[in-house]
Design a protein around this ligand. Sequence first.
Ligand code: IPT
Length: 928
Amino acid sequence: MSYIDDPAPGHGARPARAWFSSDAPSLDLGGQWRFHLSPSAAAAPDGVEREDFDDSGWSLLPVPSHWQLHGHGSPAYTNVAYPFPIDPPFVPSENPTGDHRLVFDVPQEWAGLAALLRFDGIDSCGRVWLNGTELGVTRGSRLATEFDVSAVLRTGPNVLVVRVHQWSSGSYLEDQDMWWLSGIFRDVTLVARPAGGIDDYWLRADYDHTTGHGLLRVETAAPARLSVPELGIVDRAVDEPIEAGVVEPWSAESPRLYDGTLATDTERVPVRIGFRTVAITDGRITVNGLPIMFRGVNRHEFHPEHGRAVPYETARADVLLMKQHNINAVRTSHYPPHPAFLALCDELGLWVVDECDLETHGFSAVGWERNPTGDPQWRDACLDRMARTVERDKNRPSVIMWSLGNEAHTGKNLADMAEWVHRRDPTRPVHYEGDRACEYVDVHSRMYASHAEVEQIGRAGGMPFVQCEYAHAMGNGPGGLLEYRELFERYPTCHGGFVWEWIDHGIARRDARGREYFAYGGDFGEPIHDGSFVIDGLLFPDRTPSPGLLELAKVIEPVRISQCSEGLTIENHHDVIGLDHLTFTWVLEEEGEPRASGVLDAPEVAPGASVCMPLPQLPATSRESWLTVTAALAEDAPWAAAGHVVGWGQVPVSATASGVPGGKVAQSRTFAAPVFDPVDGTLRELGGYPVAGPRLDLWRAPTENDEPVEAKAWRAAGLHRLQHRVISVEHAADEVVVRSRVAPPAQAFGMFATYRWTVAPDAVHLHLDVEPEGEWPATLPRLGLRMALPAALDRVTWFGLGPGEAYADSRQAVRVGRFSSTVDEMQTPYVVPQENGNRANVRWATLTGADGRGLRIEGSPTFELTARRWTSEELAEARHAAELVPGPLVHLNLDIAQNGLGTESCGPGVLPRYQLHAHPATFQLTFR
Ligand code: IPT
């Protein structure tokens, strides 16, 4: 059997060990390498390993990288399906094979030093030679492999050759839902190993929450000494546990690290120590004695240009963005990340579930027959991957749980992996969602459980429960986050969960017209692909936060401010820390205009506690007024600057705040009389502007959460092609009444819509009555009016919820205020175009041109507003955002309501309370 197909782990490598740096010399071998791609292993050139091989005709390729992102072959995306036959452990002969060559110089100081060559990630299988000598074969794409090169390395020029195969037996174990991308995609480092150095170490820093004491236990290969100056530990032998005295514990909320040094006579290793103890007690996961709540996300490693070759600054940006959006936990779906990411989690504070590089999801297509996790011939590979995960990352305080992998069904090899972890590292619980019966794991885990199921699980109690994936953030959504949070908080054994997923894996490309777009499955001509299912993150591919991330940040905010009988409630939802790092300020706005502001003297609130306090002294107002209270960082934190808002709340403070429209508008202009079509009664001119509509509309460009179920029903019902029959048009002096029936073709159900226009000198008033007839078979995407205005009216100001979009079940992140934007800026650039940009509970809005003139629309009390330069039909038609071309009109939807969003792209649909059904309704708008 070829080494490519061999189901065993790779060979030739040194045993796995901790990832660390030291004062021993090292050489980063990243940079421009010579590269040649062959369509198969058989077609690859002979003799590449020879030092004198002539590679001068080869291309240059940066390392680390994926060759598909540098013009060699192309990326391919599948979620579950293997893009090759299920014929384990064999892979196709058509196996793109990339030869990489580098000549590097080793300085004279290295003479006589032992050394190793470390590869932090090669996808999927690499055969390695140094100076013509074969070192071995790597497998386990997202795991480190180290070869001892002491006998082969020399000072002066050395020739390193790596032959990488896209497919190998390892591919069967790496069926994660992501792009298939190959190559040497993480660092390559030459590391000197001084004799008597610290080859490997395991530093455990326990925290006893009953005494506040820390205890250090250090395992090293060679006798070593530890110094932690801040703790008065100086050059202490580590052969026995070291009592550290009273210490500040490490947590995601307070990531206290003590700097130290682990040393032998020949090597010094800087260590960052975080004291913490993880336990499961009475069905609850505790850290340092306190139960914790995961406000987490699943993070794949992704960059829109570099794929999984994620630059350090990008990894850092991820951690900062997470912290800035109140996220406190990461599941490293579905493989160990670059180790530097975990060091950032230690430093900035995130709970980490570190997942092994293992997924065999494609076997679900054949009823899990011959699934590697149940087949003895794959046992070593499974255990090897687990050991390499644990050994590499064992020193990270942020890692508080190991995960065996993802979607690999259940099997003996998984049970053996769990057993190995339990023996090797009893300090951290084991997670694996696929162990449905919880036979070998320590926590119960589910993915995409509906609210009702979470409720059941929470009620039943027992083991600690996490949703390792939930709230599928594909396209516009997720909806229903608030209701998940309520359940997580209601039941003590519920520990929250991890939203699927952190970022859209869209690959930056330019189309024939030079427009930038983000590619997804199928865009590279892949014969088998899963389309946009790879675009399901809280960040757009360029790391712009989506509305879904803003919603999540608000839902999980650790300080909550709301109304109570005496005034304001402040709740502290941190697990560990108080609120004294926050400054509370308030602002009173009258119809969205600031009237007064001040600092709130908030009392200290312990974690899990709340206080109710009186409102500040406020001046009287007459129009709709809201008090907004904001909790912001009082000082710069390592992850955000002073002033960064952590939580906020609004309290209505005027009689009109219940939604009764605001006060008078200053009228400075006359309003041209409206013009109605004499035959069908539709409005043709409003305020002197040519307009189309308004008329009844039920359609929206389906979201990706609508598509699998709801949108099918909507299309079957014909809601995308309504027809309007004018029943009657009555003209009176200052009134026009149009009665119509609106219905899809081939259906008997319909809706009567009566438009009653009243014309005043300074305004036109519309009173719409809607009356459904017959059996409506499905929910409605929306219920409201659509109309079109000249494109020049593209500046929008509104008083309502904002600044961002909001939907019935995703409405926590917006607040009542006065906002200004433009039609272009009101679009949310979902990678796959779909309904977006809805502004909710709008009391009034103005649409004006450059001259400041335009139209004002008032609700009675409110309406929902979308404005765009294309129609819903054009929006639904486009496959990429760049395809949307502004037309000559601004298209408005003025809605009574829209259906919620839900997460049915993978998970539950819209909760009943947020579903929109055909119902009799009255809707009033005034145009000025
Ligand atoms: C689940 C996978 O674990 C995850 O990797 C991703 O593919 C997600 O689905 C969908 O985006 S598995 C699914 C069968 C619930």
